[in-house]
Ligand binder design. Sequence first.
Ligand code: UDP
Length: 332
Amino acid sequence: MRGRYVTHVLVTGGAGYIGSHACKALKAAGHVPVTYDNLVTGWEDAVKFGPFERGDLLDRERLDEVFARYRPVAVMHFAALSQVGEAMSEPGRYWRNNVCGSLTLIEAAVAAGCLDFVFSSTCATYGEHDNVVLDENTPQEPLNAYGASKRAVENILRDFEAAHGLRHVIFRYFNVAGADPEGEIGEHHRPETHLIPLMLDAIYGKRPALTVFGTDYDTPDGTCIRDYVHVCDLVDAHVLGLKWLQDGKGSRVFNLGTGTGFSVMEVIEQSRAVTNRTVPFEIGPRRAGDATRLVSGSVRAEKELGWKPTRSNMGAMIADAWRWHQTGHYDK
Ligand code: UDP
């Protein structure tokens, strides 16, 4: 009787890093993930677990068509520009794509009567709070247009709940890392800006030495501290978030992090240990928009959703990313 429960879920950004892992997890949970992606930063060959509809978030007509074709029971909204550096230099793209695009999607979902919405937000909405435990009630004071755009969408969701009954689960991610341990999908950004894939490239000799962005932060070794969570654990939380909504539990915000922080230098050291190779790196200036320390101080997802991260230790994340990295997908 399993088929009775098969439901379509619209996954925006399903051709991207986190979205493609979410599609795999949704399929495993008995759903049909319908990827909606404009392929600006996504990859069509990452769409392996359900139908693909190419389209832009700002294209309301195309969105209406896709909602009408599949009648999804819920939306998982991953599609976004997500680079802090780029957000500092091109804020307009972030506001247009992330905010206007999300608004268009939210309006289309409401018009189609699809009222369960899972949103991929970020710890970058918190901004700089030195020595403060970041939980879901920490004031949101983003330092860059990326965080600001995500905070704006959170506010849109609240207004649409009040006006139209749009139920939502908001996940504020810390740093996502790792890859599908079965090697089907992994991280592939163009251009790559994230620490772990850049480091693995440097180890592999595909790129010049990694530049460490600043060693003068107020941390034990002077480099920024982040809380890394395995992409498979992260998407498991999304499947639980969808169930939460379908069980009628109402709108909720959850941090997704492990509560353990790693400095850039500690990540370099762990990468050396996992790959057994030296990590070529040099010290550079700070990157604009970077907070000193972003570590989750919340166990709400564990307590309320029953989320149990199993792969979010640094060794496993680097090992899974390294395995994916060596498949050659990065060479495309
Ligand atoms: N970082 C670095 N060199 C790089 C890329 C990143 O030192 O080439 C640092 C960055 O300053 C931050 C951490 O690594 O402290 C994680 O950065 P990433 O871009 O991976 O994620 P973010 O924290 O911006 O979401």
